[in-house]
Design a protein around this ligand. Structure first.
Ligand SMILES: Cc1cc2nc3c(=O)[nH]c(=O)nc-3n(C[C@H](O)[C@H](O)[C@H](O)COP(=O)(O)OP(=O)(O)OC[C@H]3O[C@@H](n4cnc5c(N)ncnc54)[C@H](O)[C@@H]3O)c2cc1C
Length: 694
């Protein structure tokens, strides 16, 4: 698909952008929304079949996000901004003399300024057998589709690479239901970001989650397997059988076009750029993961956005004599992530390589927490940090490092768990300089957030809309809120986190009070810690807290008034006001007679039926007045409610296990039934679902 208009004579400067990934898109948006947009003709080429999407959130595809959910823009938006785009269109050559590029369909396009935003490609180690059908990579939406298709025909998956992306890929395979292994060449996981102890703890935690980690393994070849599709043979003589191999062993800059065009490359590849993001040809810029600056390639999106800003400013300076000059000066590569559910963060010199530096270490083996601070020899400055299992201090530590601030008090106190009595004072957001960068994805400073608050923003949604802070990777969300709250308070606005007008506490504080005081009814709670009669906010909240702690029958007289509609009517209210009903079918095991009853009820009341993800039968479209009759018929046939509407145990699903399956080694159905009957009705802060594999 494409939208390419004939050359616009009125727009006298033609800018071509090769690659419509995250950074190319950011660059185009910067130009299209600038004061010079009416004088620019913008054209972008994408080798992929769609416009830019959020590669950072790619893994969400496995938890239900669609390609549309991940999209960063739409074709309509590009048309509205007069950005011409050519999808499925690969640029194959650049003629620097003629100022033209050629695409794979043979078309030739002229440029005044050319921007390379071609990103990078996954590195696949050159081992024999790496090109077989179920040997895949993890970079694009098409890659994810291939992984999903392969996973459906596989039981075991191996990720080659124990770095950041490798562990994300491992998460994707576990979500796809595969028995997952990670094979890493280095002696530990995330060797770039973590020190030895941090890497070891991460390994333990990931293994506890069922992912097998094999470090120090050099893959020699991938051949046919005996029990699985493939067998990976390692240099130490060991081997591993798998049905699928996912390579995630690093990235390489996509620099082929630049190489062929004679542009200068970095020693290890990448298009070399100066501090204005210009390549060795002054009319060609390179931004994002394809660029190399002072021999460094930046595999994160924030430095790419920074380059986009710098390149745009340089183009404005050159075409319109704009005086804003920006310089790319490298970027901080600190990261904070949740990998397979484990919190991990790394800041600056995490390995303590700086001369004369000292380390402070905190380790809690019981809770599985490891923290290391690397500080300057005089103990005044933070140089780096590793955090595994508890990353609450990340925002504060990162700001200390980025702003070269003095560490207040004893550095060791920075390692103590959050809320500890010895937590050092003077670390609040008020201590940060105005220029402190809060959001690195969109380069938003404390002053930018303050100015947004001064111009009327008073919620996080307002701040995101106005400044874009925390709308990228989301790592700065907590800090952005703290800065916003501090600014609101400074303006005399009372920042109120109270649950509602009846309780001057947050949900979490109320839960603590209810537990500590052993309160068991709404009446007691409002008498002892609130006032008035309660409302539609505090009643269900307290109902849920009481149910989680006490697990009393929620329809008892004293509790029924606190429950949501769904709990009261034993059905799930749908968007048209009708209800859906899910009878409990423990473990998914059901008799033909019971199936017939469900079918008859559905027919009699004209209900839409659907098998749910949890292996139950959902009956949709019942009217409120029909619910008692329907439940009566189901109860008479031996059914009870499946709690498909509550914050409670919903379903325990299972495979058929050893009863029927040739490969099942355990009786998963009996286990699922036992679990479901044991925990049915259990209330919790959120819904709970289990699964049992035989
Ligand atoms: C699974 C995953 C998780 C990630 N998580 C994070 C994270 O948590 N935080 C973070 O900061 N970063 C993360 N990243 C990295 C981040 O996605 C990249 O830094 C960012 O996408 C780089 O943007 P880019 O525009 O330079 O390259 P890309 O987004 O790769 O875009 C380049 C585009 O150019 C196209 N192209 C290449 N050559 C041509 C050609 N000749 N003609 C036409 N089109 C061409 C490519 O097909 C591609 O569409 C992650 C990446 C992945 C894959």
């Amino acid at each position: 698909m494409s939208a390419l208009f004939s050359p616009d004579q009125k727009k006298n400067h033609r800018i071509l952008v090769i690659g419509n990934g995250m950074v190319g898109h950011h660059f185009l948006t910067t130009l299209a929304t600038s004061a010079y947009s009416s004088q620019l003709e913008l054209v972008t080429f994408s080798e992929e079949p769609r416009l830019a999407y959020d590669r950072v959130q790619l893994s969400k595809y496995f938890s239900g996000s669609s390609a549309d959910d991940l999209a960063l823009t739409t074709e309509a938006e590009y048309l509205q901004h007069n950005i011409h785009y050519l999808l499925n269109n690969k640029v194959v050559a650049i003629d620097t003399e003629a100022h033209t590029v050629m695409t794979n369909d043979g078309a030739c396009h002229r440029y005044d300024k050319l921007v390379l935003a071609t990103g990078s490609y996954p590195f696949v180690p050159p081992v024999p057998g790496n090109d077989q059908p179920h040997c895949l990579v993890y970079r694009t939406i098409e890659d994810l589709e291939a992984i999903s298709a392969s996973a459906q025909q596989s039981k075991v998956g191996v990720v080659v690479g124990g770095g950041l992306l490798g562990l994300e890929a491992a998460n994707a395979l576990t979500q796809a239901g595969l028995q997952t292994h990670v094979v890493e060449f280095a002696p530990r996981l995330m060797a770039v970001q973590l020190d030895e102890q941090g890497g070891d703890l991460l390994r333990d935690k990931i293994q506890q989650l069922g992912v097998e980690v094999h470090t120090g393994k050099n893959t020699l070849e991938i051949v046919s397997g005996e029990h699985c599709r493939y067998r990976m043979n390692f240099a130490d003589g060991s081997h591993l059988e798998t049905d699928m191999v996912l390579f995630s062993a690093g990235i390489r800059p996509q620099d082929e076009l630049a190489r062929d065009a004679g542009l200068t490359l970095g020693a290890r590849g990448g298009v070399e750029i100066n501090q204005a993001c210009q390549t060795s040809d002054p009319d060609i810029y390179a931004i994002g993961e394809c660029a190399v600056w002072q021999n460094q390639i930046f595999g994160l999106v924030a430095p790419g956005y920074q380059m986009a800003k710098v390149a745009a400013a340089d183009i404005f300076a050159s075409l319109f004599n704009d005086e804003t000059k920006l310089h790319f000066q490298g970027a901080d590569m600190s990261t904070k992530l949740k990998l397979l559910g484990v919190d991990v963060a790394s800041i600056g010199d995490a390995h303590g390589r700086a001369e004369g530096c000292q380390s402070y270490v905190f380790k809690d083996e019981v809770s599985g927490v490891y923290k290391r601070l690397v500080v300057s020899g005089d103990g005044k400055k933070l140089l780096g940090a590793v955090l595994v299992g508890d990353v609450e201090a990340y925002g504060t530590l990162l700001q200390l490092k980025l702003n070269d601030m003095d560490i207040p008090g004893d550095p060791a106190s920075l390692l103590l768990p959050a809320g500890s009595a010895s937590e050092p004072a003077g670390l609040g957001v008020s201590a940060l300089p105005e220029g402190a960068q809060i959001c690195s994805c969109f380069d938003v400073t404390k002053a930018d957030i303050a100015s947004a608050v001064q111009s009327g923003c008073c919620t996080i949604a307002d701040i995101k809309e106005t400044t874009k802070a925390s709308s990228g990777c989301g790592g700065c969300a907590a800090l952005t809120k703290q800065v916003m709250d501090a600014e609101l308070e400074a303006l005399g606005v009372e920042v109120n986190n109270d649950l509602c007008e009846h309780f001057a506490y947050t949900r979490r504080e109320l839960a603590d009070i209810i537990r500590a005081k052993k309160l068991t009814s709404f009446k007691q709670v409002i008498e002892q810690c609130g006032h008035g009669h309660g409302c539609e906010i505090c009643k269900p909240t307290i109902g849920s807290i009481l149910a989680s702690f006490e697990n009393e029958y929620v329809l008892k007289d004293e509790h029924i008034g606190l429950q949501d509609t769904n709990d009261i009517f034993l059905g799930n209210m749908q968007k048209d006001g009708s209800y859906s009903i899910v009878p409990r079918v423990a473990g998914g095991e059901i008799t033909p007679d019971k199936l017939i009853v469900i079918g008859e009820v559905a027919k009699q009341y004209d209900l839409y039926t659907k098998i749910t993800g949890g292996q139950r039968i959902d009956l949709f479209g019942a009217q409120l007045h029909q619910l008692p009759e329907i439940w009566q018929r189901l109860v008479d046939a031996g059914f009870e409610t499946g709690h498909a509407y509550g914050k409670s145990l919903r379903t325990v699903k299972s495979c058929v296990g050893s009863t029927w399956c040739r490969y099942g080694v355990l009786d998963s159905v009996s286990m699922a039934i036992a679990l479901e009957n044991r925990y049915k009705g259990l209330r919790a802060p959120h819904k709970i679902k289990f699964a049992v594999s035989g």
